[in-house]
Ligand binder design. Structure first.
Ligand code: F0G
Length: 441
């Protein structure tokens, strides 16, 4: 955490070309860039690190980890990888390819990129209303099951390589998927022979939302609900940097032995031997413990409440957000907050620069800088949304940090009409938002 003056921040931001990815973390006071790998491990996890067995093959730590994943998911085949995107790359390298489709409530960016890199076409079918940010429906992470059935009828089940349910749905507001939706998807996929996987980076947050929002789940534990979610799918891919409460890690878990065999072959090529898969033995210990700790309902209650608290604070200052607040993040609707800044002048990027200038807070743009596209005719296609994601790291910040973020938004809201946009000076063709250089207009 770093304290800086306003003058210093202006100099730092200019030097970073108005791109917050280029700022040193030591120059950030409150870092809401991501909730991925930024959580604090518990004393128990740190002691697990000390017990790590670093044997190349058959380490004790692997079996501890395997048991934790089997207990959680019920899947037999457990394959560790170094992070979520490695799982995606492995999956699409044996299951996918030209002519195949991957369908989802929404693919996360890296999932989409890995699918497309393999030649697989991706189709997102978010529930109706998911893009209606002002309407606070309880399960805006659902997939549109009618559209899913239509896609299967039109393209034929054989052309669909996989259906991926992202829980919670990170790309559209961190919104949860209901159990009833998962049940419907499961039955559609099973009757058509389409494999169903969970992208379960935030499975515990999703399970807790089901507990408090869906009829019939109040008296079930988060662990029971999670198990039921996993039982409806054929396997999962996980970025453990989120709900396994570790700084690095991930896994694939499956019941299909043939798939597991193929996955392990590719694993050896790029990640490592199947009992460590790109990680150290100590990392496996920490993941095993994190997967249990995250289902502590006192923790989950605090987690979901504190994100909601941030959202409520912003709404009090008239800052429009994606409603209701998500599990891991609050998403500010910058298009609505700064209507005088057109998408081509990057309203969400403008807002994150203002947050940094005002108080050293770092957030991420999910808008035209990230998703805008050049059209073949030379024109420009803006993104369908202009959002600022305020992702809350796990077990790191306190209520007073969050109060400070709310206070800063209050100040910015008062002078928002005076803010003006940005223009791109230099940007690569792919994943421009990481390295683009910008300038105030
Ligand atoms: N799936 C989801 C839903 C994710 O949110 C992420 C990462 C991944 C897969 C990829 O996992 O980073 O371990 O390779 N999300 C981070 C974020 C980067 O900031 O939302 P990874």
């Amino acid at each position: 955490m770093g304290f800086t003056t306003g003058k210093e921040r202006l100099r730092i931001l200019r030097k970073a070309n108005y791109n917050l990815f280029n700022i040193r973390a030591e120059h950030v006071l409150i870092d809401l860039l991501t909730d991925s790998g930024t959580g604090a491990m518990s004393a128990e996890q740190w002691s697990g690190i000390m017990r790590g067995d670093e044997s190349y093959a058959g380490a004790k730590s692997y079996y501890t980890f395997e048991k934790a994943v089997r207990d959680l998911t019920g899947y037999r085949e457990v394959i560790p990888v170094h992070q979520g995107r490695a799982a995606e790359r492995i999956l699409f390298s044996f299951n996918g390819g030209p002519g195949k489709i991957s369908v989802s409530n929404s693919h996360f960016d890296t999932t989409r990129a890995n699918a497309e890199a393999s030649g697989t076409r991706v189709v997102d079918l978010p529930a109706k209303g998911a893009l209606d940010f002002d309407v606070p429906e309880p399960f805006k992470g659902d997939i549109d099951t009618n559209a899913l059935k239509k896609l299967i009828t039109e393209k034929g089940p054989k052309s669909i390589a996989v259906c991926i349910m992202t829980v919670t749905n990170n790309s559209l507001g961190g919104q949860p998927v209901s159990m009833s939706n998962l049940k419907k998807v499961s039955s559609i996929c099973r009757s058509s022979g389409i494999p169903l996987l969970l992208d379960c980076a935030r499975f515990a947050e999703n399970a807790y939302f089901i507990k408090i929002r869906e009829k019939g789940y109040r008296s079930k534990t988060a662990a029971q609900i999670a198990k039921e979610m996993f039982s409806l799918a054929d396997g999962c891919m996980m970025s453990a940097k989120k709900d396994a409460l570790v700084n690095m890690g991930g896994f694939i878990a499956l019941n299909n032995r043939k798939w597991a065999l193929k996955a392990r072959q590719i694993l050896i090529l790029g990640e490592g031997f199947p009992t460590y898969g790109g990680l150290a033995g100590r990392d496996l210990e920490a993941m095993a413990i994190g997967l249990r700790e995250v289902l502590d309902e006192k923790y989950l209650q605090y987690r979901i409440r504190s994100t909601a608290y941030l959202g409520e604070g912003l709404l009090r200052h008239g800052v429009p957000i994606v409603r209701p607040p998500g599990g891991h993040a609050v998403y500010v609707n910058a298009r609505k907050f700064l209507p005088h800044i057109p998408p081509g002048q990057f309203p969400a990027q403008t807002l994150i620069c203002e947050l940094y200038l005002e108080a050293g807070i770092r957030a991420v743009e999910i808008g035209t800088l990230m998703f805008g596209r050049k059209k073949p005719d030379g024109g420009f296609l803006p993104a369908p949304m202009e959002l600022v994601r305020l992702a809350v790291p796990r077990r790191v910040y306190t209520q007073s940090h969050i109060d400070f973020v709310i206070e800063v938004f209050g100040k910015i809201a008062k002078r928002k009409n005076k803010m003006s946009g940005l223009k791109v000076v230099e940007a690569p063709e792919m994943l421009a938002h990481f390295t683009a250089k910008l300038k105030p207009l």
